[in-house]
Design a protein around this ligand. Structure first.
Ligand code: HEM
Length: 447
């Protein structure tokens, strides 16, 4: 199938001496091709235009996209701002630390970081909280015999994140509904009328924020239901310059958003890879039988190298966050390329994650690249979580929950004498933006 580009727009144009990729549609620009076919779009642009080119992200405007590995240094550059993300999605990310720079960013980040590091997660008993929820879910898959995998992992991840926040089981359906409405803010047209996505999304955000405020109050009164919120609130209250509750609430909401789609997509890809590569499944089952139980603490993860390699390789081949956006605050250079002040930038992690410049045989799914390595994990090996001051705050949590998930899946299915099998094609229906994920319709059987 050919790419979703506008056949009437073939003109070669330059902006600031950098070529614009032809084929943009009015209003939505290159978004159809970005969403459905980003790897091919980047490869074609590189082949025909070189390492730097403009892509039109429709309402978000033109972003100068760089495939030069030097562009990664921009993620650590003091004159490169994260504020662009707030311009693109003000309703979701306004006031959150992902859109802040410098001291404001560091203050908010420092105040909640400790709760998400291995020690904080262990003290709050997050592994113990998650293990039974994950085991119950894969047990249900075994009983059902086949599942639509992305829908299931999406549901499981919401349950885990809500349990992290201490939301009681009977309140979950209400939270699910509001969360789905909140997500509509990503695509809502800017029309604020009753019944339209913007109005519904804002109302859902206010509902969620009001409840998060109650959690914060409960934590201050030492009546919190979970260690994690408790730890965040006390760290926030201890921070040098008092930060307002609005900042705390917006950032707890950011954790709900940041940890859902990304992890659900990775989990679904893991099951798909296990289903289509029987050797991977056998290695995982052997490891699960050796450890005998779902690990609950970070210290236990070292006993699960196969599950860890599966987590790292799945993310390398299928990075859930395909691109990062930034704004140049002054004139910069990427290699030989001059970047004018004010340029909006796109740094496609997806391209670097599967680039031959950074990985040997990048297109091959190889656990051995992790299992046989002797040197420690480098920043470039974790690129799927970003790099620099905005490096993902959920990294240790994701590592824990995905290893837990792999071991639970292998133990449960092996006990029943079944293994995952792919019941549908994988290539059709993949999406790459705003989060990359496999097709919604892929079914996995357990037989
Ligand atoms: C496979 C799962 C995940 C992937 C691939 C992922 C990826 C990323 C990436 C690439 C960034 C950098 C954004 C930037 O530089 O602009 C980021 C930031 C962030 N992530 Fe994750 N993430 C995942 C899971 C999670 C989870 C589970 C949480 C929390 C519960 C989380 C919370 C955050 C937060 C709060 C930030 C903003 C950090 C900052 O701006 O300082 N993420 N993530």
């Amino acid at each position: 199938m050919d790419m979703l580009l506008n056949p009437l727009n073939r003109r070669h144009r330059l902006r600031h001496d950098i070529p614009v990729v032809p084929g943009a549609f009015p209003l939505v620009g290159h978004l159809p091709a970005v969403v459905c076919d980003l790897p091919r779009l980047l490869r074609r642009a590189e082949r025909t235009l070189g390492s730097h080119f403009w892509l039109d992200f429709g309402p978000a405007g033109h972003l100068m996209t760089s495939l030069d590995p030097d562009a990664l240094a921009l993620l650590r550059h003091k004159d490169v701002s994260s504020g662009l993300i707030e311009d693109i999605a003000p309703e979701l990310f306004g006031g959150t630390l992902v859109a802040q720079d410098g001291i404001a960013h560091r203050q908010a980040r420092d105040a909640i970081q400790a709760a998400l590091l291995p020690k904080g997660l262990t003290l709050a008993g997050i592994g113990e909280l998650f293990a039974p929820v994950i085991r119950a879910r894969v047990q249900r898959w075994r009983e059902r015999g086949d599942v639509t995998i992305l829908r299931e992992t999406g549901d499981l991840m919401l349950k885990l994140i809500f349990s992290l926040m201490g939301i009681p089981a009977q309140d979950l359906p209400g939270w699910h509904r509001k969360y789905r409405q909140l997500l509509q803010l990503i695509v809502a047209p800017p029309v604020d009328l009753p019944g339209l996505p913007l109005r519904r999304g804002r109302a859902a955000r206010d509902w969620i924020d009001a409840r998060l405020r109650e959690f914060v109050r409960a934590a201050r009164e030492h009546a919190s239901r979970t260690g994690l919120i408790n730890d965040m609130v006390s760290a926030f209250d201890r921070s040098d310059d008092a930060l307002s509750d609005d900042v705390l609430v917006a950032n707890i909401r950011l954790l709900l958003l940041g940890g859902h789609d990304t992890t659900a997509s990775t989990m679904a890809w893991m099951v798909i890879e296990l289903a289509r590569q029987p050797g991977l499944w056998d290695a995982l089952v052997e490891e699960a039988q050796r450890v005998g139980a779902v690990p609950t603490r970070h210290a236990d993860l070292a006993q699960c190298p196969v599950a860890e390699a599966l987590f790292r390789e799945t993310l390398r081949v299928h990075p859930a966050t395909p691109l990062l956006v930034r704004r140049a605050l002054r004139e910069l250079r990427i290699g030989q390329q001059r970047i004018p002040t004010g340029t909006d930038l796109c740094i496609p992690l997806l391209h670097f994650s599967t680039s031959a410049l950074l990985h040997e045989a990048p297109d091959q799914f190889r656990l051995a690249r992790w299992l046989q390595r002797t040197e420690p994990i480098r920043p470039v090996d974790m690129l799927q979580f970003g790099t620099g001051p905005h490096f993902c705050m959920g990294y240790h949590l994701v590592w824990l929950e995905l290893v837990q998930f792999c071991i639970a899946l292998a133990l449960t299915m092996h006990e029943a004498g079944v293994r995952p099998r792919l019941l549908s094609g994988v290539e059709k229906g993949r999406r790459y933006y705003p989060t990359a994920h496999p097709s919604m319709t892929i079914r996995i059987g357990f037989s």
